[in-house]
Design a protein around this ligand. Structure first.
Ligand code: RIB
Length: 310
């Protein structure tokens, strides 16, 4: 049976400052702690899927920075197929500046750099990787034309598409109905459905609007409030695991990668949601994007220690 998860998306180098509180406009806050780690929504999701036990191939573009070879080496250490991580000349790899406060909440600014060169022709070059794909996983940190091209290709090849429309920005909404699974946070769900979303009831309403537009499953992550999934016939809600957050960066990415594994392993919806929520809960207890992503034994152990009786 096909089980490959093909992730098409961004690779970034994350420059992180952890501080007591975020600065106001024009203000300087000192006593921050600095870290440089690997990130990017695409890469984080590829790493999360691989560590959760998935068979993962990653399609991405990187640049010429000194830190880039280690980035690729790390993907390979996690067992990711990097044959179609393209090395671009005379451009930097994508970078993100991330400031994190005491509660673990962040603000992020991204310079796409090499990620902007992940154009449709690269999807053609990576075509062999789609032959044994069970799922294609996308985010929104690469050009829209590439997202559309990849979705059309996946539709032609009958590969289900899971799209984490993050960060949300205007796009050709006709592509919503070409997607099997949408994974959205409250802001993204509100943006796509055209209604404000601030609680589980709003999330359910937004998800039902998107299901009516032809998406098979809509997942809305609500952070510490849990996660909601809507399919045509039912809505499923899973509470969040209560943990002490130090850094929420890549919590959503970790959820997406682990959820993709749950889907390709054929887990029932509620079980897949719980599996992904556990992975995400672990990630927020650790600093950094990829350094925070848990392995399969860590997720299984966490679930074992946090059994939910219903
Ligand atoms: O989702 C978190 C990621 O967003 C960070 O790793 C950063 O690189 C930005 O892309």
């Amino acid at each position: 049976m096909k089980n490959k998860i093909v992730v098409v998306g961004s690779s970034n180098i994350d420059l992180i400052m952890k501080m007591d509180r975020l600065p106001e406009k024009g203000e300087t806050v000192i006593d921050g702690k600095f870290m440089q780690v690997y990130g990017g929504k695409g890469a984080n999701q590829a790493v999360a899927a691989a560590r959760a036990g998935g068979n993962v191939a990653f399609v991405s573009c990187v640049g010429e920075d000194a830190a880039t070879p280690q980035m690729i080496h790390n993907y390979q250490k996690d067992g990711i197929d990097t044959r179609f991580v393209f090395h671009e000349k005379e451009v930097a790899s994508g970078h993100a500046l991330i400031m994190i406060d005491r509660q673990g909440e962040n603000i992020i600014s991204v310079a796409p750099e090499a990620n902007a060169l992940l154009l449709p022709e690269k999807i053609d070059q990576a075509a062999p990787v789609f032959d044994d794909a069970a799922l294609m996983l996308l985010q929104f940190e690469i050009p829209e034309e590439t997202i559309k091209y990849a979705i059309d290709l996946a539709n032609r090849k009958n590969i289900p598409v899971m799209w984490n429309v993050a960060p949300a920005k205007p796009f050709d909404f006709s592509y919503i109905s070409k997607t099997s699974i949408l994974v959205l946070n409250e802001v993204e769900a509100g943006f796509l459905a055209g209604i404000p979303v601030s609680n589980a009831a709003d999330a359910e309403h937004a998800a039902s609007i998107l299901v009516k537009r032809g998406v098979e499953k809509v997942i809305v992550t609500l952070g510490s409030k849990g996660v909601l999934a809507a399919v045509r016939t039912e809505t499923v809600f899973v509470s969040a695991f209560q943990v002490e957050a130090v850094d929420t960066t890549a919590a959503g990415d970790t959820f997406c990668g682990a959820f993709a594994v749950g889907v390709t392993e054929g887990k029932p919806l509620k079980e897949a949601l719980r599996f992904a929520s556990a992975a995400s809960a672990i990630s927020v207890t650790r600093m950094g994007a990829q350094p925070s992503v848990p392995t399969r034994p860590e997720i299984d152990n966490f679930l074992h220690q946090n059994i939910v009786f219903e």
